[in-house]
Design a protein around this ligand. Structure first.
Ligand SMILES: NC(=O)C1=CN([C@@H]2O[C@H](COP(=O)(O)OP(=O)(O)OC[C@H]3O[C@@H](n4cnc5c(N)ncnc54)[C@H](O)[C@@H]3O)[C@@H](O)[C@H]2O)C=CC1
Ligand SMILES: O=C([O-])CC(=O)C(=O)O
Length: 272
């Protein structure tokens, strides 16, 4: 492995369900990358285990990450996307964004990245099939649809439910709680439907991508099915995610980020 001077410096913003696993994987070693900094909301809670990491990254406020690292991985609450990503792409650096839903309210971040030679990377995350969707989008996608089913614990508290006075606690049968565009799904379920926005950005955009959301007491996994019809292929795929310690977030999400980071400098790279 290259020494730390030639390795790309990586920082992680947010030490929750996703960020903690990503930090540990970086500390175990990812080809060509060096973990240099992390940010947490309550630094004192994390100081102990962070200090014991082999790499012992700096524990700093999010405002400092863009200066210290070449790549900043955002694994924080969606309201922080702008403050984490803007300083990174303004410096021509790379931001890996997990709170994808928030990109719709901050679309200018993509222009900012373009102007300054930066890059925003959205990993497949909790979803499946974005390789096929981005390929199909080179041609013409006629329709794209996502049907999400989550256990009640993965949806309670979502703004759409609160604003419309929809009670899902105690339901005994699956209940369709939303049908509409990916844009509206992201507004109504900002911590639950990043996958809808990721699908839309890979394919035909947030207004044409259709989304259905079910609160389903019969499932224990966060289940996403995508259906795409295009002039090159028709496909449907389903993923059943085991929730992580955060019931809103599938375990595979952190693994997707780690796979994405591994691809950055890998000698053999599989998949688009
Ligand atoms: N793209 C995708 O497929 C998926 C995206 N997500 C999104 O990824 C993001 C992270 O998800 P999780 O790790 O599950 O959330 P989490 O709630 O477990 O972790 C977020 C962490 O950020 C920390 N934080 C809050 N304010 C901070 C600050 N000012 N500075 C540094 N850290 C701060 C919190 O204390 C918490 O530890 C969320 O926005 C979530 O909606 C989640 C699942 C799938
Ligand atoms: O998309 C999200 O925000 C999270 C999700 O559905 C999952 O982890 O399965």
């Amino acid at each position: 492995m290259a020494d730390s001077k030639t390795r790309t410096r990586v920082a992680v913003a947010g030490l929750g369900a996703i960020g903690t696993d990503v930090v540990k994987a970086l500390d175990q070693g990812i080809e060509g990358l060096a973990l240099v900094a992390v940010s947490a909301n309550s630094p004192d809670k994390h100081r102990g285990w962070v200090a014991e990491l082999k790499s012992a990254p700096k524990l700093v406020p999010i405002e400092q990450l863009a200066e210290i690292a070449d790549i900043v991985v955002e694994c924080a609450p969606s309201k922080l996307v702008r403050s984490i990503v803007a300083p990174v792409v303004e410096r021509g650096k790379t931001a890996v964004v997990l709170s994808v839903g928030a990109l719709l309210q901050n679309e200018d971040l993509v222009d900012l990245a373009k102007t300054h030679g930066g890059q925003i990377i959205v990993p497949t995350g909790a979803l499946i099939g974005l390789d096929a969707v981005t390929a199909a989008a080179i041609g013409t996608i006629h329709s794209a649809r996502l049907v999400t089913r989550k256990p009640v614990a993965g949806l309670v508290g979502a703004p759409h439910l609160v604003e419309n006075n929809i009670r899902i606690e105690g339901i005994t049968e699956p209940l369709r709680i939303f049908e509409g565009s990916a844009r509206d799904a992201a507004k109504g379920f900002p911590a639950n439907l990043n996958v809808a926005v990721a699908l839309s950005l890979a394919g035909i955009g947030p207004d044409r991508t259709r989304v259905e959301i079910w609160a389903d007491p019969t499932v224990t996994r966060n289940t996403h099915r995508i259906e795409v019809d295009s002039d090159s292929a028709r496909f449907s795929m389903m993923i059943e995610n085991i929730p992580s310690e955060n019931p809103k977030t599938g375990r595979i999400t952190a693994l997707s980020v780690i796979a994405c980071l591994r691809k950055l400098r890998a000698s053999l790279r599989i998949g688009t």
